[in-house]
Design a protein around this ligand. Sequence first.
Ligand code: C2E
Ligand code: MG
Ligand code: MG
Ligand code: MG
Length: 281
Amino acid sequence: HAKAAGRNNYQFFAADMNKATAERLNIERKLRHAIARNELALCFQPQFRADSSQPTGVEALIRWHHPTDGLISPLRFIPVAEETGIIVEIGEWVLLNACREMKHWIDAGLKPMRIAVNVSARQLRRRDFCETVAGALAGSGLPAELLELEITESSVMENPEEAIQILERLGRMGVSLAIDDFGTGYSSLAYLKLFPIDHLKIDRSFVADIEHDLNDRAIAFGTIALAHSLGLNVIAEGVETADQLELLRANGCDEVQGYLFSKPLTSAAAFAFLHARCRSE
Ligand code: C2E
Ligand code: MG
Ligand code: MG
Ligand code: MG
C-alpha cells in the first residue's frame, strides 16, 4: 500500500515538475521578444522621509504586458530571465529607461530626486556591469548622484570579495547603493561593514505584521539600530498602515515606501504625484 502511494506521489511530483518546466519554457520563449515588441514598461513607486512624508525618490519596477496573457508579475518572469541570461538585456533596458524618466521629469520641473533600480545577481557578476551603468548615465544625462542600485544580500554574498570591488567602483562613479529585502537572505554582518552601501531596505515580510508579531518587530528595530551604527540609512518597504508607519518612525526608521503612501504608478502619474507633493511644501 505504502509503495503504491509512494509511486503515486512520485507521479504527481513528476507531473508538477513537467508543468513547471513547460511554464518556464513558455515564459522564456515569449520573454525573448518582449523588449523588441515593446511589451515591457516601468512603473515607479515613491519613497518618503518617515518623519515629514516628503518624497525622497522613486523605485523603478518592471512590468510585462503580454498581448494575450495580460500582465505577468516580475516575481514570475525575473527568475526565468536570470536563469536564461535574458536579464542582462532586460536589465540594461531598465537602467537606461529609468535614468531617462527621472531626467525627463527634472527637465519638466521636478525637484531632482533619487531613482532606485533593481539589479539582479547575474547582472552584477558581469565584467561590463560598471560600463553598462556608465552608459545609462551618459545616454540619459542623469547625474550619477541621483541613481541608486538595489542589490540583494544573496547576490553580494555569492562572492563578497568580488562584490566589494564592483560596489566600490560604482561608489566612485557617484552612484549610491542599497541592500534590498534585508533580513530574508543570509548575510554576514562582518561583510556588511565592508560594503560601501548607503541604504538598507527592511523587507516587507518584517513590516507586514510589525504591529502584532514581536519577533518581526525585534528584527525591524534591530535592523534600524544596526544600520545606524554602521552609518547607513534605513528604508522600510511594504508600509500599508498608519500604525506600521508610526512604529517605524518612532524607532528611527529614515524612509518608507508602501501602499499607505502610493502604489507603483505610471510615469505620468508618478510625475504628477511627486510634482504636487514637492510644490506644496
Ligand atoms: P522589490 O525590489 O523588493 O520591490 C518591492 C515589491 O513590493 C514590488 O513588487 C512592489 O510593488 C511591492 N510593494 C510595494 N509596496 C507594497 C505594499 O505596501 N504592500 C505590498 N503587498 N506590496 C508592496 P513588484 O513590482 O511585483 O516586484 C517584485 C520584485 O520583482 C521586486 O521586489 C524585485 O525583486 C523584482 N523586480 C521588479 N522590477 C525589477 C527590475 O527591473 N529588475 C530586477 N532585476 N528585478 C525587478
Ligand atoms: Mg527593490
Ligand atoms: Mg525590496
Ligand atoms: Mg521585498
